[in-house]
Design a protein around this ligand. Structure first.
Ligand code: ADP
Length: 642
């Protein structure tokens, strides 16, 4: 039993393939995690790094409280089950299961004078595992005398007897036929419940992922796309890839445009006459520039969120016509295929094909033109180019019209004094307030119309001046009033951003260095000189003693040989740069006064640097990074090491 932590994990193979990029995840004890994605997405590589079968290029992997990057696989207290069983053909099932235990070294004590499990212990573990897996009667057989499903049980048995902290399973069911796979799926879930161990399971099969995982990691091209529960992945996919990968039949994707007209939005479907007008309230979370009637979007709706039921059609807010091409009768349900382009072909996947899941009898036949009702609550929208959701569960920004007038900002019927840090010419503009920049305890009286739980986050829905505002975890007491963290806002006028948010991340260039130094030590009360090697971080040409945890991470990631030649970037926030007597020389150019907080804008070489100014800062100063919050990145590959 153990929790796992993967921090900024990367894998670059010697041939240069970047198989895993910045994988971050905290896995709780006893979770059943599934890594899923198409072939080559990096899921096995990640699993093999956890197992210790593959070196970690950069990042930190912990099992329990131990960093295990450099720990041998056999010492990691994990067990792995593979697709190809990897059983010894000349041994019986019993021997196969017992084999690992016989070889295992354990601490010597009275009961184990030779540092090995006793025969009785091995026997009882093998019998117990066989019992759990229902293979007791086959213990005397050889693997070749067993079916694929039974062999996979044996390899599970071999893993179980080790009583590992973590069970890793790499596509264990892919050699089995469909029926057996379904059965084994259930058995593995049962096994997980019984063993109370953390499971990590790799598969390319989304159904396996959805039915077994407590949480699923969807991967593509070495990048994590989304980590969430099966239900959340299904209902709130963060991009079109996840939306299309999870669920059968695949989500319908249409291309089109959205145009806001008063309190409605007109949705036009490309290559089709289909057009619907729906209340704007469905699009509160969408960025206004997607509602201009021009920007191309992808509209996603699952097959079960269409209906051809006459009663539903009668009362539906929105309907679109389609031409039927064919049906798939699956007994309990029928999939109706068609096209919203009357010239289209519902047999091939396209941006106008529609698949509708029907529970009721369908008397439509090929060539019929019918109508489908849309369940607008379930609509998904994606940017056509980036494929990122533009109707996200948690919107990053609130976009509002605003007017600047004599140092005051007017929006949604409110007038807020602009702080001295923000100088802006009078005129109209678009105000961007990040949803994490609205906090409880300010002067703006907004009506709380609801809160949503989005994973760990609490999203507060506010109404102000007839508009909806979203605030991420604003804190207690929103009812009494909210404020806006002005350093995070932006104002746009036309194409231009005339007020920028203050940068909250800055990067400095540097590297790690070492020096031999003489240190005075006391040996038996006498002072002696000793030669020691000291490590430094050279940041913008200034050397700082390297904290031990950073040194060890850098050496682990880059090896002692390369570590001193590698260009590094150091990432700091304005709160992580401390002015003092020594450090990186900087010249204070001006002070940004946001009212509640002040920041010094400093010049360091060519770069503008922002520093939290607790006291008045001016002239030449020196900055020391806070090494507890600093980020260290290998510059060339853009790999985060700390
Ligand atoms: P998956 O398990 O998702 O199918 P893998 O983790 O096996 O994907 O592979 C991820 C990427 O890394 C692929 O592009 C694959 O070709 C590459 N790769 C895997 N193993 C090696 C290796 N030993 N050497 C070089 N490239 C590899």
């Amino acid at each position: 039993m153990a929790n796992l932590s993967l921090k900024h994990i990367y894998k670059v193979y010697p041939n240069g393939v970047k198989a895993v990029n910045d994988f971050n995840m905290e896995i709780a004890d006893k979770e059943f995690i599934v890594f899923v994605g198409p072939s080559g997405c990096g899921k096995s590589t990640t699993l093999r790094m956890i197992a210790g079968l593959e070196d970690i290029t950069a990042g930190e992997l912990s099992i329990g409280d131990l960093v295990v990057n450099d720990m041998e696989p056999k010492d990691r207290d994990i067990a792995m089950v593979f697709q190809n069983y990897a059983l010894y053909p000349h041994m019986t099932v019993y021997e196969n299961i017992a084999f690992g235990l016989r070889l295992r070294r354990i601490p010597r004590d009275e009961a184990h004078p030779n540092g090995k499990f006793t025969k009785e212990e091995i026997n009882s573990r093998v019998l117990e595992a066989a019992e759990i897996l229902g293979i007791t009667e086959y213990l005397g057989r050889k693997p070749k005398e067993m079916s694929g499903g039974q062999r996979q049980r044996v390899s599970l048995g071999r893993a179980i007897v080790r009583e590992p902290k973590v069970m890793l399973l790499d596509e264990p069911l892919s050699n089995l036929d469909a029926k057996l796979r379904t059965q084994m799926r259930a058995e593995i879930s049962k096994l997980h419940a019984k063993l109370n161990t953390t499971f990590i399971y790799v598969t390319h099969d989304q159904i396996e992922a959805m039915t077994m995982g407590t949480r699923i990691v969807v991967m593509k091209n070495g990048f994590v796309q989304q980590i969430d529960t099966p239900k959340n992945l299904y209902n709130y996919p963060g991009n079109k890839f996840v939306a299309g990968f999870i669920g059968t039949p695949q989500m319908n994707f249409f291309e089109g445009t959205l145009k806001k007209e008063g309190n409605s939005v007109r949705i036009r479907f490309d290559h089709s006459e289909a057009e619907i007008t729906v209340p704007y309230s469905y699009f509160y979370k969408t960025r206004p520039d997607y509602l201009d009637g021009e920007k191309k979007v992808v509209i996603g709706l699952r097959a079960e969120n269409f209906s051809i039921d006459p009663e539903t059609l009668k009362t539906a807010d929105a309907r679109i016509p389609f031409k039927v091409s064919h049906k798939e009768e699956l007994g309990n349900e029928t999939l109706v295929y068609g096209d919203i382009n009357m010239e289209g072909d519902g047999y091939v996947e396209s941006t106008t094909r529609i698949i509708i899941k029907c529970r009721e009898d369908v008397d439509l036949v090929s060539g019929d033109v019918a109508e489908a009702a849309l369940d607008l609550d379930r609509i998904h929208l994606f940017d056509k180019e980036t494929e990122v959701s533009i109707l996200p569960r948690v919107p990053e920004y609130n976009y509002l019209d605003c007017e600047v007038e004599g140092g005051k900002l007017n929006f949604l019927g409110q007038t807020v004094e602009l702080p001295p840090a923000i100088a802006c010419e009078d005129g109209a503009g678009e105000l961007l307030i990040p949803s994490d920049a609205i906090y409880a305890g300010g002067p703006i009286k907004a009506k709380v119309v609801g809160t949503e739980k989005a994973g760990e986050l609490e999203l507060c829905n506010l109404e102000l001046g007839g508009r909806r505002l979203f605030a991420v975890a604003p804190g207690e007491g929103v009812e009494a009033g909210v404020g806006i963290d002005m350093k995070k806002i932006a104002i746009r006028r036309g194409e231009q951003e005339i007020v920028h948010p203050m940068p909250l991340k800055m990067r400095f260039e540097g590297k790690m260095t070492k020096r031999k130094e003489t240190e005075e030590v006391e040996v038996k009360g006498k002072k002696k000189n000793k030669k020691v090697i000291k490590f430094y971080l050279s940041i913008e040409g200034v050397e700082f003693p390297a904290p031990a945890f950073i040194t060890s991470k850098l050496i682990a990631a880059l090896t002692a040989k390369r570590v001193f030649e590698t260009a590094l970037s150091f990432e700091c926030t304005p709160y992580g740069l401390v002015p003092g007597e020594t450090g990186i020389p900087a010249t204070v150019e001006r002070i940004l006064d946001y009212g509640a907080e002040k920041f010094a804008v400093c010049r360091v070489g060519e770069q503008e640097v922002y520093v939290k100014a607790e006291e008045e800062l001016s002239g030449e100063i020196f900055l020391t990074p806070d090494f507890n919050t600093i980020g260290v990145i290998q510059t060339d590959m853009d790999i985060r090491i700390v």
